[in-house]
Design a protein around this ligand. Sequence first.
Ligand code: SF4
Ligand code: MG
Length: 326
Amino acid sequence: SKALLEIKELRTHFFSDQRVVKAVDGVTIKVGEGEVVGIVGESGCGKSVTSLSIMRILKDTPGKIVGGEIEFEGRDLIKLSEKEMRAIRGNEIAMIFQEPMTSLNPVYTIGKQLVEVIQLHLKKNQQEAKGHAIHMLELVGIPRAQEIMNEYPHQLSGGMRQRVMIAMAMSCQPKLLIADEPTTALDVTIQAQILDLMREIRKENNSSILLITHDLGVVAEMCDRVVIMYAGKVVEESDVYTIFENPKHPYTKGLLDSIPKLGVKNVRLASISGNVPAPDEMPKGCKFAPRCPNAMKECWEREPELKALDENHTARCWLYEEKEAQ
Ligand code: SF4
Ligand code: MG
């Protein structure tokens, strides 16, 4: 499909007193029109920083985009002015965060905020917008929607605020929805409802979705393509079927081994031992070497490139790289 979003060699670094943390370090991701692309990895792999970079909302952090391009409908978002960016945020690109408190205004009621968004994006009058707002709240599983309209964000639980934010993001009918761990804080029933709702909205508007998650179950249900990130880099990418049936990178295999198997109870899950290395302990070669069951001598010495295994599958690993002639 035609590309809606093309991130090319994006580098977002964080600067503190003594050091530079390369949170996103040369990431290339393409999202086609109507496509759902998952970015998967453990916390600290750079997936959230990638989404904050697309929205250009790094300014409350010491993070800075230092290289690359973020092409959205043919325009490089990195080069837009803050004013141009404001016209895109919450309009053509909407985002659902992990922490909903930051995007709801504490001084306005839920109803006022939702009605405003709906009036702006769907060109409805006050009365229609109010009806639509209640409908959206009901759709995301909020009970007593009518009453919630008159409440303030702090009066709601975290899960309820998350649902309000999802209703708000979806009310914009964005071309691109960025969802960063959208259902992590919710219970399983609501989670399933929200995923259904995202699928529906996608079908209705032909929206694209960039879904950021550590949950491969959600990926299996939602995504067309999957990008696996580790230590600020893409380590594997393919369609969802290939990732689950024929994973190549040892990190991807480790993530898949840690998924609970249906119907298997009380079995201790295999998980990848260790953590993403701290910035000052980053190995010189492959960043995954300290945790990799397949690590070889050369893995510690040189970092592998992202290599095409076929036209639809890339991986960054020496296991799939032709060795240099000795
Ligand atoms: Fe493991 Fe080596 Fe591949 Fe890195 S390059 S994932 S250490 S086998
Ligand atoms: Mg995150």
